[in-house]
Design a protein around this ligand. Structure first.
Ligand code: SAM
Length: 254
């Protein structure tokens, strides 16, 4: 289940009930204060943060987290694993744990929650329905040949570790970001305004909304919690072939 992004603000009643009534609770919070808040509800909760270690591949870390959750499930306990944000959005362990549990014959479900994406629409005043919205993990976007539409919004997740092929780093630097800028330069002008976004995780804090030209991205302060939002660079182009077909169809139906 997800606890949302902001301490106390996004926890739904069903999610709260899972935390209160499960035999075993695991927690993966974004912020030590958020983790403490959850320990306030369940002092016996087990933190998944202990599995993170500098130099260990994130794939291995996620495998160990999933194994810890599954071990508790196999012991016969009712298990709740609480992740920050939405548990199904850019998150490996919740999907893997549910799939494995089901494959072994256990009942498992995912409880939807508020993700960083939901917060960015609110904080930046953006509606994904207006011109469409594309989401990519930043490194995947760099490693693979992807077609993007610069007339829609583009959101790049995990931009703070863009280009990390080792899956072991907690940040990458200006050289990696220059590659990202180079790749984005195929579709956006160098002076195009991009937004570094960080949702507030505490009610007393404000979101970080930093607007800068694309060319300045290599020097920006990008962290684990940073998401890059790229507004459209051009207007949507009508498709004359489809519009002509539609006009023909409308005439036939008249
Ligand atoms: N499950 C999470 C969710 O629902 O938002 C996303 C987890 S994903 C492993 C981590 C990425 O989420 C970060 O690299 C960043 O792109 C985004 N993220 C995490 N915390 C954030 C925050 N406070 N504000 C904006 N984006 C955030």
């Amino acid at each position: 289940m997800g606890i949302g992004m902001m301490l106390g603000a996004h926890l739904g009643p069903r999610a709260r009930s899972h935390i209160e009534h499960a035999d075993v609770v695991f927690v993966a919070a974004s912020d030590p204060v958020v983790e403490l808040w959850l320990f306030g509800m369940r002092p016996d909760a087990r933190s998944l943060q202990v599995f993170y270690a500098e130099g260990t591949s994130r794939r291995e870390t996620y495998r160990r987290m999933t194994a810890a959750v599954l071990d508790a499930v196999r012991s016969g306990a009712r298990v709740c694993a609480a992740f920050y944000g939405h548990p199904g959005v850019f998150a490996t362990v919740p999907h893997d744990a549910i799939a494995l549990a089901r494959a072994e014959g256990f009942q498992a479900c995912m409880e939807a929650a508020v993700s960083a994406e939901d917060c960015l629409y609110a904080d930046l005043g953006l509606d994904p329905g207006r011109v469409g919205c594309q989401h990519f993990e930043a490194s995947q976007f760099l490693f693979y040949s992807r077609c993007i539409d610069p007339s829609a919004l583009l959101v790049l997740w995990q931009v703070g570790i863009v280009g990390d092929r080792s899956c072991r780093r907690f940040s990458t630097g200006a050289a990696h970001r220059r590659l990202l800028v180079e790749r984005l330069g195929r579709d956006y002008p160098a002076d195009h305004e991009v937004i570094v976004y960080e949702a507030a995780t505490l009610p007393i804090a404000a979101p970080r909304i930093e607007r800068l030209p694309l060319s300045a991205l290599p020097g920006a302060d990008l962290r684990m919690a940073s998401t890059l939002v790229i507004p459209p660079a051009r207007a949507m182009r009508p498709d004359p072939a489809v519009l002509a077909r539609l006009a023909q169809l409308e005439a036939e139906l008249r």
